[in-house]
Design a protein around this ligand. Structure first.
Ligand code: GLU
Length: 436
């Protein structure tokens, strides 16, 4: 048993209790007892102070300790309350899938647990209940790095069910890491969509003073009730709390590990600005308006698809591996205008000959590929590589998963990959879309 665990046991203190301690130096601290870090030496007690920050105090330095408030019993957290619907408000379902937006630290166990009961939402962000009748539903609780095509299909069906049962919009709370992939998947799978489907996340959890969770959620409810009928990601538009941006689901990418405004529209402009006072300013005209069409899920997918980034010195056996393992598609994140090291071309030729769809995107992220400029590009085109215009590599990967679920005939795959289904290909690259 670690020293800190022994200390807590002796004093009858539980993780999650609010306590007051006095140190040898005579300093008093009040805060919530955090679980000991797994990798720590175990000599430090961690307290979460009222300001949200954690401090560590050496157990040997503590001369006095008193319990201020005991941790809430667990059962009360399971409490679910159906909130009465206001007839004058639109109806929005929030589907929880996990990630920071839907999580709170359980100080008793150190585990991250969902904060998606109606009661918890109401307590955390009461403003959203003034905008819409909210029905929260936790459909999974995973980190988004653990997302997979099977789950995209599950989410798509949950969205369709809610919308076809009469909801005016659906919000999906999602981990930010792979939110762009899920947004793209829903953009391809939800056909005849006529209502807003909004993905939202948080870069900073709601127990931190700098959390973006509340404003992102409020803005997403605004967007979910707007005259809009597409899939979009709604997240902070800049580092302050002035506005959020709604990005088209196929053109959005997480571009920063930690900033609140990490999400950017790539090679395209965002759809709308959602100001913190509730105003929605559409930034373009070519978006689908709200309709009453019945949405259906085109959920055919092929999971044996890889997304491969090329690099100087890459060995062609990496391409051979996927072909030998029976992969049906490879999206290459090539260099510049859409290139691979020249010595990879025979392996790519072989892949295509064996019926594997090979698609090209650029690791530049910004801009459009053009494989006609250099001989490497021309050789790759001749080998049968499908040039993916200005599609994001992740969007091209998701699209290929979906396209190969429909056909594995390479000519058909080419036709579908180059058909613009959900705004994933822009007709030309706008000058004003770079690093704004
Ligand atoms: N990495 C996790 C995820 O993407 C948690 C971080 C977050 O929610 O942004 O689900």
């Amino acid at each position: 048993m670690k020293k800190v665990e022994r200390f807590l046991k002796e004093k009858g203190i539980n993780v999650g209790d609010s306590i007051k301690i006095t140190t040898k130096e005579g300093i008093e601290y009040k805060g919530l007892v955090m679980p000991p870090y797994e990798l720590s030496e175990g000599e430090t007690l961690t307290l979460k102070l009222d300001n949200g920050y954690n401090i560590g105090i050496l157990v040997d330095n503590i001369i006095d300790v008193a319990v201020v408030k005991r941790a809430k019993p667990k059962e009360s957290r399971e409490f679910k309350k159906a909130l009465p619907k206001k007839p004058n408000l639109p109806n929005v379902t929030i589907l929880g899938t996990g990630g920071t937006i839907a999580s709170k630290i359980d100080y008793e166990t150190g585990a991250v647990y969902p904060a998606f009961t109606a009661e918890e939402l109401a307590l955390a962000v009461p403003e959203i209940f003034e905008i819409a009748n909210i029905t929260p539903k936790m459909i999974m609780n995973i980190f988004s790095e653990d997302m997979k095509p099977e789950y995209w299909v599950k989410i798509a069906h949950e969205v369709a069910k809610a919308l076809n049962e009469g909801e005016d919009g659906v919000i999906i709370g999602h981990g930010t890491d792979t939110m762009g992939y899920t947004a793209a998947a829903l953009s391809f799978m939800l056909r005849d969509l006529g209502k807003p489907v909004i993905l939202v996340g948080a870069q900073r959890s709601s127990d931190r003073p700098s959390s973006d969770a509340a404003m992102n959620l409020i803005c997403s409810v605004r967007m979910a009730t707007a005259d809009f009928g597409e899939v979009a990601v709604v997240m902070h538009g800049e580092t302050g709390d002035t506005y959020c941006l709604a990005h088209r689901g196929t053109k959005v990418r997480k571009m920063h590990t930690s900033r609140r405004d990490a999400f950017r529209s790539i090679n395209d402009i965002p759809i709308a600005k959602i100001w913190s006072d509730g105003r929605i300013e559409f930034l373009r005209d070519d978006y689908r308006r709200r309709t009453n069409s019945e949405v259906w899920v085109d959920d055919k997918v092929e999971e044996k698809v890889a997304l491969v980034k090329t690099f100087p010195g890459m060995h062609s056996e990496i391409i051979d591996f996927f072909v030998d393992k029976g992969y049906k598609g490879i999206v290459i994140e090539g260099t510049g205008l859409g290139h691979t090291p020249t010595h990879l071309i025979p392996s790519i030729e072989r892949a295509v000959q064996e019926g594997v769809a090979v698609c090209m995107t650029s690791q530049c992220i910004y801009g459009r590929i053009n494989m006609n400029v250099y001989s490497t590009g021309r050789k790759l085109l001749k080998a049968g590589v499908i040039p993916c215009e200005d599609m994001l590599p992740e969007t091209a990967y998701v699209k290929l998963v979906w396209v190969l679920g429909h056909t594995q005939n390479l000519e058909e795959v080419r036709k579908m990959m180059l058909t613009n289904y959900a705004g994933e290909i822009t007709p030309y690259t706008r000058f004003d879309t770079y690093l704004r």
